[in-house]
Design a protein around this ligand. Structure first.
Ligand code: PRP
Length: 188
């Protein structure tokens, strides 16, 4: 049986490190959203990559949270970003009473999140914030900063804990840097 850890150059965040980072993010978010009156906090994980992070984060929040999903995809099969496509947005008629918290696994060029934030503002959400487990600021091609970031990372190809390469590795319980010869076989 193939051990996926052999495909990693380095383990970036092991399960205890992930738990520590996510606990810190949850504490900051709980503090910031404490005084919301009767508004709804709507957590929106971005499919597919954010599901592991979103589950771990949301189970640490002890106040009521509604959950919906959006899909976005920019990476077509390989390592390079392709055209961005956003899926259907949640259908509701009380956006003025909704604080949106978009949950992402990684901010790379920033295109996905900046487009998505604009969409929720256009719908009339009371507020729109973004929490991302990882951030690669060196890759930014549009001006965008998430409100909450777990860890800033260099421009390495990371997989695991929701992040994929060609749909593989998402279910690893850690975030690792993928070996270059896995995604660029011709480089060797
Ligand atoms: C990844 C990630 C973000 C986006 C970030 O999703 O989950 O949604 O790319 O890239 P950007 O900052 O350059 O826009 P991906 O397209 O790989 O889809 P997936 O979550 O289904 O794997």
């Amino acid at each position: 049986m193939h051990d996926p850890s052999q495909d990693m150059e380095q383990i970036l965040l092991d399960p205890p490190a992930l738990d520590r980072i996510i606990s810190e993010l949850a504490a900051r978010i709980a503090q910031d959203y404490a005084e919301r009156g009767d508004k709804t906090l709507l957590a929106i994980p971005v499919l597919k990559g954010a599901i592991f992070f979103a589950t771990a984060l949301l189970e640490k929040l002890t106040f009521p949270v509604e959950i919906d999903f959006v899909s976005a995809s920019s990476y077509r099969k390989g390592a390079e970003a392709g055209a961005l496509s956003l899926g259907a947005l949640p259908d509701r008629n009380d956006w003025e009473n909704v604080d949106v918290l978009i949950i992402e696994d990684i901010v790379d060029t920033g295109k996905t999140l900046s487009a998505m934030v604009e969409e929720f503002k256009r719908l009339g959400a009371a507020s729109v914030r973004v929490v991302s487990l990882l951030d690669k600021p060196s890759r930014r091609s549009v001006t965008f900063s998430a409100d909450y970031i777990g860890l800033e990372i260099p421009n390495a190809f990371v997989v695991g804990f929701g992040l994929d390469y060609a749909e593989r590795y998402r279910n690893l319980p850690y975030v690792g840097i993928l070996r270059r010869d896995i995604y660029e076989p011709s480089a060797h």
